[in-house]
Design a protein around this ligand. Structure first.
Ligand code: 13P
Length: 250
């Protein structure tokens, strides 16, 4: 089975309602040629999900959340459940982003519980993994990522609902990127790990690269074996940049 690429934007804590004009631009640029080849997803802040979903309806652009709570409901002030995201019009949720792991102390076990929640709610789940600079420098990048995969992905995950995003922490928002060869090596290792645990499903799960992807470097980083798309931060905030990246597919 060939894997259909997914290009996903993570707006993080950026965006007011006026910013949805950029989503409109992304939808307008999602041409028939692109629709034939690649899935588009934008994950805005939770405050914008319902309006984003309404505005993206008909464009083919999917809308996702950036995080969710593990429980469906309850006394958890300020938190948002996967069921709420789904109800607001999301079809995806990102879990385990390095900013959540760092800012909120999320462990692999917590990320796994959130991934299970996303699946329970009927969402597709993007599980993020990635090593820190000192871990790469020590030669431990692959083993660190393998441990995150083992701890963060639920048993029974399937290719149609589970996506892995490899985002080296040191490449996020820094303008630094691994070499294309480093991305290839890591994605090959991730593929083998997933195939070993999930068999054919693991072979068919989409593996995204994320970290300082822009229109100039996208082609060399993401058009290669075992890279099935991108998770884009800063460059997803402007439709021109997002579409510049997706142009790599045509
Ligand atoms: P940047 O593209 O801004 O480096 O962010 C990557 C990221 O963290 C996406 O989730």
């Amino acid at each position: 089975m060939s894997r259909r690429p997914l290009v996903a934007g993570n707006w993080k804590m950026n965006g007011l309602r006026a910013s949805l004009s950029e989503l409109d631009g992304i939808g307008a640029g999602y041409s028939e040629a692109l629709k034939a080849k690649v899935d588009f997803l934008i994950c805005p802040p939770a405050t914008l999900i319902a309006e984003a979903a309404a505005r993206a309806a008909g464009s083919g652009v999917a809308i996702g959340g950036e995080d969710c709570h593990a429980k469906a409901s309850g006394a958890h002030t300020g938190d948002i459940s996967a069921e709420m995201l789904k109800d607001a019009g999301a079809s995806y949720v990102i879990v385990g982003h390095s900013e959540r792991r760092t800012d909120h102390g999320e462990s692999d076990a917590m990320v796994r519980a959130k991934a299970e929640a996303g699946l329970r709610a009927g969402l597709s789940v993007i599980v993020c993994v990635g090593e820190r600079k000192e871990q790469r420098d020590a030669g431990n990048a692959i083993s660190v990522v393998q441990a995150q995969l083992a701890g963060s992905i639920p048993d029974g995950a399937t290719a149609n609902r589970l996506v892995v995003a490899y985002e080296p922490v040191w490449a996020i928002g820094t303008g630094l990127t691994p070499t294309a060869a480093d991305v290839a090596e890591m994605h090959e290792a991730i593929r083998q790990t997933l195939a070993g645990r999930f068999g054919a499903e693991g072979k068919n799960m989409r593996l995204l690269y994320g970290g300082s992807v822009n229109p100039e470097n996208a082609r060399s980083l993401i058009i290669q074996d075992n890279v099935d798309g991108a998770l884009i931060g800063g460059a997803s905030l402007k439709s021109k940049d997002f579409l510049g990246i997706t142009a790599s597919y045509i």
